[in-house]
Design a protein. Structure first.
Length: 291
């Protein structure tokens, strides 16, 4: 059983039978920190499709069904067709978000005959869900948007597959909210600590001492909450930062590696390729020189 949103309880089997659903993505949208995109102050609308919107930062409010909610990182808004709502954002600290607009139909097969039902109602989600430890949800969301925007061959199929993964991750996230919240706060403390130590190495014993948890328990809890092992998560953070440094174009690959605490340039390159599929030099060539 899963608790979803504010006081609504549903069974996992009722959430969605994804194998019988065919998704059609209309478009994806996003705004990151310090994004130069033009900002709007207020938006009032009624969609004729579905939207999932994950808040990652910024200030403002969302009004739906005569209720107003202040933005907070980790809030997930599910907007279903025909529902009037409004979004207001702060001019000084604008909304940062990831969103996907989509429709879906139910596809069935009975006695070797295919059937399509385009009137399948709405997802079993409350309009507003406050996700805790939403790192995995954000990661899948970001990957889906990147796939949609790059538009490489097969991108539509890849994006639709990632949308299914995203919905499953949301369901799993809400299920985990019944777990020990104090442990979640400690994992968040570790992640903040990692951000401060991107140019250093950190050890499991160091992190365990920081939050007063045993190494074994911390490793297990971190994996359950984020979907990654501690070293995988830390390396992912480092590689994301490496991409930023490479794109700035002012540093050599060796200098990027050293800046992020890698004493071995070749080890850094192996980690980078394993996580991105290409080497740092290839990433530089394709994104800086346009090769």
């Amino acid at each position: 059983m899963i608790k979803v949103g504010y006081s609504k309880t549903i069974h996992m089997g009722d959430f969605m039978n994804l194998s019988n659903l065919f998704f059609h993505i209309l478009y994806c949208n996003y705004r990151y920190f310090n994004d130069p995109k033009r900002n709007w102050s207020k938006l009032v609308r009624t969609l004729q499709h579905h939207e999932l919107l994950l808040v990652t930062g910024g200030k403002g409010s969302f009004m739906i069904e005569h209720k107003r909610y202040s933005f907070k990182a980790g809030m997930l808004f599910y907007i279903s067709p025909g529902v009037r709502h409004s979004i207001e954002i702060d001019a000084e600290d604008p909304l940062c978000f990831l969103s996907v607009h989509f429709n879906y139909a139910k596809v069935s097969m009975n006695e070797e005959e295919w059937g399509i039902n385009g009137h399948v109602g709405t997802l079993h989600l409350q309009p507003v869900n406050e996700l805790k430890d939403y790192y995995q949800v954000e990661d899948i969301f970001g990957t889906m948007i990147q796939s949609w925007n790059t538009k490489l061959p097969g991108y539509e199929f890849v994006a639709k597959t990632l949308l299914q993964q995203l919905i499953i991750a949301i369901a799993q996230n809400t299920q985990k909210q019944s777990q020990n919240y104090s442990t979640s706060l400690k994992v968040e403390k570790i992640i903040n600590y990692m951000h401060q130590k991107l140019n250093h190495k950190v050890s499991l014993s160091e992190l365990s001492e920081l939050v007063q948890l045993s190494p074994a328990y911390l490793s297990r809890a971190f994996k359950e909450i984020t979907g990654y092992s501690i070293i995988e998560f830390f390396n992912k953070m480092k590689i994301d930062k490496a991409k930023e440094l490479i794109l700035e174009g002012d540093m050599k690959i060796k200098e990027v590696a050293q800046t992020l605490g890698f004493t071995d340039e070749f080890y850094f390159s192996r980690i980078f390729k394993r996580m991105t599929g290409i080497s740092p030099s290839e990433f530089h060539s394709k994104n800086v020189h346009g090769v």
